[in-house]
Design a binder for this molecule. Structure first.
Ligand code: FES
Length: 574
């Protein structure tokens, strides 16, 4: 029986037509073998697929999409799969982040332009999650997220090897002369043992956790391994559920409220999540008009403990996390800090979803009263070196460096860094502060993950494992160290970072939330007068990006992409 309170489905503007227009819209789709009765007014579900062999983390998505389709058909919908620009973190140069906003435009326009009533987003490798959420948010149809899931745990010579984290650890051993290149090469295949995203708490696992914490997926989305049958069951159930969401008109904006973002920030602290989540959530919130600021990260999440003993901060891997209970078990532990009334895509509140979530392994998911790290989350620093803010993840830093004053060793850009870091004559010791410029949104361009600069070999050989490092770059969620990131404004935009010179002294005070360049104002003014912006790209996407990208503290979205344009399209194509 039809419900007269609800507006007709959007897809009826295409398929519910007679005459030439209806013929156009239906006939070519019938070329797929679809019978006429599938155009009878049932919800049309777009499955946005980021499958690509150049994004190996998402290479299980063809199979995943088939399971979504089963669920859509069972629930009485019509699934139509479409591709979106896929961003492979390990292959794309100069950095996949340069293309996050471009992919979001692809997703937004693909959804809006087509006869779609609801959307399933297949997301995995780092940037594929925020780009799809950003694009879908600007259309605001009923939308459900299905993450691809982490790969199986890496094992090499009897010990676990975590994606990314293991690479960083072992490459430092090669540079220190304690691991051979042959051994290092052998470890490549031992780390990535299956399809799936990085199995550490890197950016992909963090963002999959954010999707679940914000209520944008069914429970357990974050941690089920990519090749586990339960991942495909979750895809199947998500296919069923999106059809119901269309019938309920449960749009993305009804789920992604400020409460959802606040829950995600707190969840990020409890899982020891990536600093990249800061930029991505700010950008997603910007598409929905949800008020969220950089300072919310510190105010909401920085005093919470980290419960999860996972690499890069801890010992275990995502498979262990799933077997221990997954994200619902973590959220249940921090329930007192969450808005339990927040809506989720399954129609229940977050509180209802996690009320009975069991924990099966308290070594992996530690109790709130005996956490893995006492204070986690993201600390937001300010000072004359970062007037608009910078971030640090204290749980991944060395406690003895959280308050530190040191002499700056300055690298003007990534080429300067690579040319000099292995030089035995480099004037650096463990008390120094490494500074890297021109790696922000405009500077790289694209804000690369180079902020966790490798240490000089001569210090590695002496057993030094951490130095204070400061940049306008990002760092991989799989990385660690006392690394100050996202300095805003960036050097290429004329931020004070551009004015730092070799030998200046810098004060880092994480408990006091301060980042200070100890140079007199008059001297800084002299340096500023002599500063000139670096050359900008002349054409193409890079030019559009550099001309319009916002600074890190605003989420690094393009200025003209803030907000959304809804789902309406006035004109036919013929
Ligand atoms: Fe794709 Fe880490 S490189 S998830």
């Amino acid at each position: 029986m039809s419900d007269f309170r609800k507006p007709p489905l959007r897809s009826r503007q295409w398929f519910g037509r007679d005459g030439k227009q209806g013929f156009y819209y239906r006939s070519w789709l019938k070329g797929l073998g679809l019978p006429h009765d599938l155009f009878d007014g049932r919800p049309v579900i777009g499955i946005c697929n980021t499958w690509s062999e150049l994004t190996p983390c998402n290479s299980s998505f063809r199979e995943l999409a088939e399971h979504v389709k089963r669920g859509v058909y069972e629930a009485g919908g019509l699934p139509l799969e479409f591709p979106a620009m896929s961003l492979g973190e390990t292959q794309m140069r100069p950095t996949a982040m340069l293309f996050r906003n471009l992919a979001s435009m692809d997703v937004e326009e693909s959804i809006r332009a087509n006869p779609i009533d609801g959307v399933v987003l297949l997301m995995g490798c780092d940037k594929t999650t925020p780009s799809l959420l950003m694009g879908a948010a600007s259309v605001d149809l009923p939308t459900i997220g299905v993450s691809g899931g982490p790969s199986l745990s890496g094992h090499w010579r009897g010990r676990p090897v975590g994606s990314g984290t293991g690479v960083i650890e072992m490459s430092e051993m090669v540079r220190a002369g304690t691991l051979s290149q042959d051994e290092f090469t052998e470890a490549e295949a031992c780390m990535q043992r299956s399809k799936g995203s990085c199995m550490t708490m890197g950016t992909a696992s963090t963002m999959a956790s954010m999707v679940e914490a914000m209520g944008m997926s069914l429970p357990e989305n974050a941690a089920i391994p990519a090749v586990d049958s339960r991942r495909f069951r979750l895809a199947h159930l998500s296919g069923r559920r999106i059809v119901e969401m269309v019938r309920e008109d449960l749009r993305m904006s009804k789920v992604l409220t400020r409460a959802a973002f606040a829950n995600a920030i707190r969840a990020n602290a409890a899982i020891g999540g990536s600093t990249n989540a800061v930029i991505h959530l700010l950008a997603i919130a910007g598409r929905l008009g949800v008020p969220l600021t950089l300072d919310d990260w510190d105010a909401l999440g920085s005093r919470l403990p980290c419960l999860l003993n996972l690499k890069p901060s801890g010992e275990y891997l995502m498979e262990d996390f799933y077997y221990a209970g997954g994200l619902p078990a973590v959220l249940r532990q921090i329930a007192a800090h969450l808005d339990l009334d927040a809506a989720t895509v399954n129609g229940r509140t977050l509180g209802q979803n996690i009320a009975d979530a069991p924990c099966w392994n308290h070594e992996v998911i530690r109790p709130l009263g005996d956490p893995f790290k006492a204070e986690a989350g993201i600390a937001v620093l300010r000072g004359n070196l970062a007037p608009d803010g910078a971030v640090i993840k204290p749980s991944a830093a060395s406690p003895h460096l959280l308050r530190h004053r040191g002499r700056a060793v300055v690298f003007e850009d990534i080429e300067d860094f690579k040319a000099r870091i292995d030089d035995e004559a480099l004037d650096i010791d463990e008390s120094c502060v490494m500074v890297l410029k021109h790696c922000g949104p405009r500077g790289y361009p694209g804000m690369a993950e180079v902020g966790n600069m490798p240490l000089p070999p001569k210090l590695l050989r002496r057993g030094v494992t951490d130095l204070v490092r400061i940049s306008d770059a990002r760092m991989s969620g799989t990385a660690y160290g006392t690394v100050v990131l996202h300095v805003s404004p960036e050097a290429a935009a004329g931020g004070p970072l551009a004015l730092v010179r070799e030998g200046d002294f810098i004060e880092l005070d994480v408990p006091g939330r301060r980042l200070h360049l100890d140079v007199p104002d008059a001297e800084l003014a002299r340096r500023r007068a002599a500063w000139a912006p670096p050359p900008a790209p002349a054409r193409g996407w890079a030019k559009l990006y550099v001309d319009h990208v916002q600074q890190a503290h605003l989420g690094a979205d393009l200025d003209f992409l803030a907000g959304g344009s809804g789902d309406a399209v006035a004109r036919d194509s013929h």
